[in-house]
Write a protein that binds this ligand. Sequence first.
Ligand code: SF4
Length: 573
Amino acid sequence: MQFLEDMRRTMPALSDVRKRTWVFVPYDRLNDRCGPLATLAPADSGIILIESHAKGRNRPYHKKKVLLVLSSMRHFAREQRACGVAVIYRNAPESYGEQLLQIQEECGLPKILTAKPAERELCKDLDTAIQQGLRLTFQEDDAWLSTDEDWEQVFGAAPPRSNAENAKYSRTKRQYLMERFYRHMRRKTGLLMASTSFVGGKLSFDEQNRQPYRGEARVPKRPSFPPDAITLELIEWLSSNGVASIGTFDGFDLPVTAQDCATYWRFALDELLPSFGPYEDAMSSSEPMLFHSAISGLMNLSRLLPRDVVADVQAAYDGMRIPLASAEGFIRQILGWREFMRHVHRITDGFRTLEQRPDPPANRTANPYSSLLVKEINAAAPDRPATPSALDAHLPLPPAYWGERSGMFCLDTVVGHVLEHGWSHHIQRLMVLSNLATLCGFSPRELTDWFWVAYIDAYDWVVESNVLGMATFSDGGLTATKPYVSGAAYINRMSDYCGKCPLDPRRSTGPGSCPFTALYWTFLERHYDLLSSNQRLRMPYITLRKKSTSEKQELLDRASRAIGQLERGEIVD
Ligand code: SF4
């Protein structure tokens, strides 16, 4: 362990340690321009970075994610040391809080500063250590673009927390709409604003961002950053220490130094974003990433700061290097969705304030992959995973999500890419993976945990909000006006998947038909009581009511057959 030995060797003497102000830098705040570190002089400060095996035991992670996080941490430590900041770097079995307690005692630190952690999971860990004597002082986390006050200005105070109030709360159909929050944030930041008006005369250009990709524009080749000595040492250590993980280290070429992250972002800004907007929702089997910047993994570690990213996009728009629809679509993702979702997670205590409907214990052994998911559903556990399921969906996530072939080209293609790279863009997440799960009635908790395990950019505040909230309607409409579901027509229009699929997207019943459409109609039928009064679903329900009993039965037969085949790990035919 050359890196750790090097860190130990260069640790400052105790006399120097006590002269400095110490900052705990969590794994996801690897930037000296945010948090307490931003205001301290390097010669007066020290940072504590911790690798915790306990975190790795919470769930398996994608190998490329573990590598991205740990290698970025190690490079950040080196970068800070080169600037004159003292570094304490630990790798141990204990949790972050437990290791901080040990460091506090060993070094006699009167206090340690940190920014309020983004991950709820880390907050809980640190809270426990604080109760045991850790002297940790929290500061506002200024890596975000919005504050708690921004949220309250738009939506009022946080919802009630007591059980009785929770039940009432989940029945009140209170709704938080991203658009309202985004509107506020645009005005607050001045991004894409012309005085008090939105540039281009409206808030969103979403309707211009829905073109399918038919090879019209060449997708530029992304820069590649082959593993250096630090990353290679990590691969060796992770491979020989049996860390529970999925996917592969092969082909890892993500940027892990500050300089390489900046290089990658410059490429994305100059080469990808000019064409991003029109094809934002398109899906291509030959170009899975299309013009998406794919910086979420870097931004969620703070290697790239959202404030820099949106400012760069604004400047590129001002310089006429990015069209308005692309700039707005991109800024909406960061300033709108990303900030909105993290607040939803915060104010619902990670969706624990909603009514909880855990999956049955039998799900834990449903298929050979079930043990990879977090299944702590013991009601007595102090902090069990949130299990809202407004649609009462509890079927086990099927083997197809772990790479077993389903015969559904869209699903197999997207899953294959995710298992290899730990990433896919938002429409593949929403309209293939989550759409299918919602239509079939797969457990939203299992789907959430799958995303958490499989994606390099997954952290509780983003994965739970996006999957339990937006993608599966498990929150009963708290964050979305209707479930994001569709039949085969949407996937056929927005991708080239259906042309390569043995199933027929134009047929909805019988063998060989695409199951998406039958699943869609049976989903609407199954949730008639809950959804039929939803104004945004008025037209589909009018169409559904016109279907004959026999037609509905044929759709149900087709949908049931497909669900059964998926659950058994068979080819859907
Ligand atoms: Fe997916 Fe159906 Fe299209 Fe096949 S036909 S790719 S299953 S939507």
